[in-house]
Design a protein around this ligand. Structure first.
Ligand SMILES: *[C@@H]1O[C@H](CO)[C@@H](O)[C@H](O)[C@H]1NC(C)=O
Ligand SMILES: *[C@@H]1O[C@H](CO)[C@@H](O)[C@H](O)[C@H]1NC(C)=O
Length: 320
């Protein structure tokens, strides 16, 4: 019986029995994301992330033998790369990988009926890789950075049609917001963002587009890791609450108007403000920004990934 077999699998080998040798899973990464120069991928790459029996490679001559092939969408989109469909071994799983939102994703229509698994920030992905998460803390939290200013925003691509631009325009008359980034005339040096925004009480974690589960480093790194309170514009409050405690952030949807939101921020007292950081006593932020770690996650999920599944309508799934 199937359920009995599952149970045996879960219980593992009997005590004293020789452990069954676990086969190595080989993942061919067709394009390393955003670069022509993939990192060195020594055999123990995934072991560093706590994942065993997992080999990442960019060597395309492994196409016929790899356990699966991963295609990162950006390169499919910009280089209009031909997929090696003719050389694809029968039954080889192919993975579609992307951390971009649907607003910045084109060309999905021609990818119908090709991919078996999806790796993305969407929590219903076969391989779910958020931009960050909270983990239990083993050592005391460092003290909060000293705050001297009210609200910061970092924006590199300001477009009036974006919801975040409209909200900023509505807030600005009621709230002193210091704007940094390429679009503001006050660019930040590469490693200055966190230390700069840490001096602020609030950080405007406004996503560039609003989509299901789309919560990026604007939330995890620029706000939570920096030690400032995120004011979020993104998916609904319930989505954030699936990942962090409800009192760790301020959601713009909780206010009837930009003026009300501004009044809440400017009228804050110290005891109320401290409550936003209650989570820091027991939790810490972990960023998941390294593509090596993201790809190694596939092996951790491998035994549970659905076999025989095909995304007939990848675009329909992703736009939903
Ligand atoms: C790629 O893999 C093939 C087959 O295993 C091997 O012969 C070749 O040396 C590899 N190339 C590189 C650059 O590692
Ligand atoms: C601080 O603000 C909270 C919430 O607005 C309020 O309930 C509390 O009484 C205030 N505390 C002080 C000391 O003003």
């Amino acid at each position: 019986m199937l359920s009995g077999l599952w149970l045996l699998r879960l219980l593992g080998p009997a005590p004293g029995a020789a452990p069954a040798p676990q086969p190595m899973v080989t993942i061919l990464i067709w394009h390393w994301p955003f670069t022509e120069q993939p990192p060195e991928l020594p055999g123990d790459t995934c072991a560093r992330y706590g994942v065993a029996h997992c080999l990442l490679s960019t060597n395309r001559s492994l196409l016929t033998s790899a356990d699966m092939v991963v295609f990162h969408h950006r390169e499919l989109q910009t280089q209009r790369t031909r997929l090696p469909l003719a050389q694809r071994p029968q039954g080889q799983p192919w993975v579609w990988a992307s951390m971009e939102s649907p607003s910045h994703t084109r060309g999905l229509r021609r990818l119908r009926g090709i991919f078996n698994w999806v790796l993305s920030y969407r929590s219903d992905s076969d391989i779910f890789v958020p931009y960050g998460r909270l983990e239990p803390r083993s050592s005391p939290a460092p003290p909060l950075p000293a705050k001297s200013r009210l609200a910061a925003w970092v924006v590199s691509n300001f477009q009036e049609r974006q919801q975040r631009a409209r909200l900023y325009r509505q807030l600005a008359p009621h709230l002193q917001v210091d704007v940094f980034g390429r679009a503001s005339g006050r660019p930040l040096c590469t490693n200055c963002l966190v230390s700069t925004v840490a001096r602020y009480h609030f950080y405007l974690s406004f996503e560039n587009s609003q989509h299901r589960d789309y919560i990026t480093e604007k939330f995890w790194r620029n706000a939570l890791l920096a030690g400032t309170v995120p004011v979020v514009l993104g998916p609904p409050r319930a989505t954030y609450e699936a990942f962090v405690p409800p009192d760790a952030f301020i959601h713009v949807d909780d206010f009837g108007s930009a003026r009300e939101l501004a009044a809440f921020l400017t009228g804050m007292n110290t005891s109320r403000y401290q409550r936003f950081f209650a989570w820091r006593d027991r939790l810490r932020v972990r960023l998941l920004t390294d593509w090596r770690e993201r790809f190694c996650t596939i092996c951790a999920r491998y035994p549970y990934l659905p076999r025989g599944q095909v995304y007939e309508d990848l675009e329909g799934w992703f736009q939903a």
